[in-house]
Ligand binder design. Sequence first.
Ligand code: FAD
Length: 305
Amino acid sequence: MNQFRFSRRPDIGDKVRVSFEFFPPKNDEMEARLWDTVTRLEPLKPKFVSVTYGAGGSTRERTARTVGRILKETSLTPAAHMTCVDAARHQVDAVIQEFAELGVKRFVALRGDPAAGVGTAYRPHADGYANGAELVGAMRDAGDFDISVSAYPEKHPESPDFATDIDMLKRKVDNGATRAITQFFFDNDLYERYVERARRAGIYIPIVPGILPVHNFTQVANFSARCGALVPAWLAERFEGLQNDPQTHALVASAVAAEQVLDLVERGVGDFHFYTMNRADLVFAVCHMIGIRSHEAEAAGSAAA
Ligand code: FAD
């Protein structure tokens, strides 16, 4: 049967590395949820955890506060996302400096979306960095940072074609990016084709798939339409009729995400970046399936054996 194609090999966990993405909380309740999530995922020893940066720099302080708390209170390595929307170069440089003084050594460098919203025309600040590649260059000049950038397996909606899109990724790599993290996608063939295109263009950095466990199919479908990610018909069918059945929705979502990740493992992928949406359960379950486990779980497993 199809679903048993990917039996867990005991050695998978040794070959696979994960990172987790969080967004900075807006209020006390969201803050509590984020810290429950961080506490649950920390024992899985991710390579790093990243904290997003709001549109137009609107969450700069909250991103810094969240990153600072991760540095102080956990064993995790945080990466701060940064965008250069609507900011002059000196302002962006000051934020890079501020993060560096906090102890940040990793960044995820992004141009960001236009302040007027996704789909409106992007206009760089007159004295600002024009795109992700220029921001990467500024970070490289500011210090010895590990710099990740974005990549778009289905091309960025503003890119007229794949060649333009890949060219931007190449510029980011030439400026110092050492890893690309992809926009989420649900069709692994599209990811594989994109990686092949990048390799043909002389891009050899890891292109880490961004995995989005589907916490709410309706929201994901709406967001996908805005950011140019395809929602295959088979995915819509899996979640059909589950809008008012959160328990089954969650079970299906963890099966779908595990299936996607296990298929990518079969294709030789070793690094995964999870968009956690500040929730632990689905990500924790998928990590378990690929052999990423806390020491406590491993110990309990060996004791039972
Ligand atoms: P770039 O890499 O600079 O450009 C994206 C594409 O647009 C390029 O491929 C290029 O071909 C095309 N392009 C750029 N400029 C032009 C131009 N002038 N004319 C024609 N084409 C052009 N957003 C946030 O606000 N905060 C975050 O924390 C955040 N984190 C993200 C993390 C990941 C892993 C990803 C994939 C996205 C994230 N985003 C975030 C969303 C991102 O800001 C948007 O997708 C934004 O529209 C593009 O930013 P970028 O850095 O990818 O752009």
